[in-house]
Design a protein around this ligand. Sequence first.
Ligand SMILES: Cc1cc2nc3c(=O)[nH]c(=O)nc-3n(C[C@H](O)[C@H](O)[C@H](O)COP(=O)(O)OP(=O)(O)OC[C@H]3O[C@@H](n4cnc5c(N)ncnc54)[C@H](O)[C@@H]3O)c2cc1C
Length: 331
Amino acid sequence: MRIIVVGAGVSGLSCAIRLLERGHSVVVAGELRTPNVTSDRSAAAFTPFRASGDPRLAGWTKHAFDTFGDIEKRCGREAGVRTTVMSEYYFEPFEGEPWWFAAVGGGKLLKSVPERYAWGLRVRVPTMDMRRYMPWLERRVTALGGRIESARFTDLASVFERGADLVVNTSGLGARELAPDARVTPIRGQIVCAPNNIGLAECLADSGQAGETTYVFPFDDRIVIGGTYEKGVDVIETNETALERIVERARLLLQETGHPRWSELARTRLATWAGLRPARVLGANDVSIRLELEQVAPNRPVVHDYGHAGIGVTVSWGCAQAVAELVDSLG
Ligand SMILES: Cc1cc2nc3c(=O)[nH]c(=O)nc-3n(C[C@H](O)[C@H](O)[C@H](O)COP(=O)(O)OP(=O)(O)OC[C@H]3O[C@@H](n4cnc5c(N)ncnc54)[C@H](O)[C@@H]3O)c2cc1C
């Protein structure tokens, strides 16, 4: 089948790889590509942040976790994928075990957590250094015989006019116009990136409150510190007050969890940035991923895969696998 994948973010590139592996002819066509897509602005650790309720999530998460594990084994350094320990702290009480423990091979509930949190957990999860991961995905696409082109579409009909038998819609926020889907909503996140000169080896995160969330993810040479959760904000800009609060909260989290050099975190900055999480909001659920087949006209099948909000990297391979299975089910 001649397939055009609209979107060159982590979703589009992962789908393209799975489809190429199954023998399809694939062109990835995106208005923007790395290093200028939302995916490049991701934090990007494996965590199903605020996602629940969709029974497909468990399978997608497990498939993605296993795939990242394989990538790390085969070419972790080149792809920027590395497993690390993550501790997460939650404000709201919760009974039982998180649904995604099974997907990541289990985790530990913490016996003691800093006073302001209700509970916490500890897991081993992959982290993706997007500076290396996105170019690696692009190289995989071309090595498998796919093409990546720059193109902007205003509707799905115009994608078929370029000669596609089937279209995969991984346009992130672009799905608002393309699908068209009024539920697609940006959720801005802001990030401070600082040198890792405090010997931080493990990820820390909390569940967030009132438009703020706190996380500290170490990579080889730097620490990615977040963040904000600004629903409906579509301006891709940082603001200094938010950035200062991010660092303050991250230092507090390090201090509360016993890191000896908490006060030195982000005394200098390497970079700051904002990104818009491409959410699809259904009621109280911000992570309502649309992954389904739609016949937009006779013989014009579209497989949608968008609305990943803050978990697009986490579930990327699981969704890509599901997309490839849907395509193959068409025969
Ligand atoms: C600050 C921040 C931190 C995050 N942290 C994490 C994290 O720790 N873990 C995690 O899993 N996720 C995280 N995320 C979320 C994750 O980055 C996104 O869910 C993911 O990148 C979405 O990928 P995508 O490929 O679906 O969309 P995008 O990366 O937005 O790509 C969309 C593509 O579609 C193209 N496109 C759009 N409209 C059109 C059109 N009309 N015509 C042609 N092309 C079009 C774009 O140009 C682009 O190529 C974070 C996001 C942000 C902003």
